[in-house]
Design a protein around this ligand. Structure first.
Ligand code: ZN
Length: 92
């Protein structure tokens, strides 16, 4: 499905690229490969849609980011189990 480029209004294509994302705790940035992207050949913009941006941010917020190395693919990132609830009563 075609996209309209947010920057120049030309017809843009869906593709993927590598993005660098800061973790929610701000300790470091990770590289996410094969991230769905919108690619515009007219103005050379490559960017993530708001939906993808939100998905990545939600996921990073809900998973144990210590388990992520320097690089992860988008698929791998989205496949990581979410920590739905913290156990506040675990004093061990
Ligand atoms: Zn464009």
């Amino acid at each position: 499905m075609d996209h309209v480029c947010d920057w120049c209004g030309s017809r843009a294509k869906k593709g993927e690229n590598i993005v660098y994302w800061e973790l929610p705790d701000g300790t470091r940035a990770i590289e996410i490969t094969e991230t769905p992207a919108v690619i515009c050949s007219d103005c050379d913009m490559i960017y993530q849609t708001e939906e993808i941006t939100k998905e990545i941010e939600d996921q990073l917020f809900l998973i144990d980011t210590k388990k992520i190395g320097k690089t992860i693919s988008y698929q791998e990132l989205m496949a990581l189990p979410r920590l739905l609830k913290r156990n506040y009563f675990d004093f061990s």
